[in-house]
Design a protein around this ligand. Structure first.
Ligand code: ZN
Length: 58
């Protein structure tokens, strides 16, 4: 979003300096999906709930 001029900075709301895919999926205490990549590859109830309620701007 920042690279395209759609966000004022590349930082994440959790305080990380860059909100990369890797950061969001693996490390972010705010946006990380409940079961990481495994839950995204094979959707489970927790990940579906996370997708429905996530406040990510993607
Ligand atoms: Zn974060």
């Amino acid at each position: 979003m920042h690279k395209w001029g759609l966000a004022p900075s590349s930082g994440c709301k959790c305080g990380a300096t860059e909100q990369t895919e890797d950061h969001v999926i693996n490390d972010c205490p705010i946006h990380r999906p409940p079961h990481g990549v495994r839950g995204l590859k094979r959707l489970d109830e927790d990940t579906i709930t996370w997708l429905m309620t996530s406040c990510l701007e993607i």
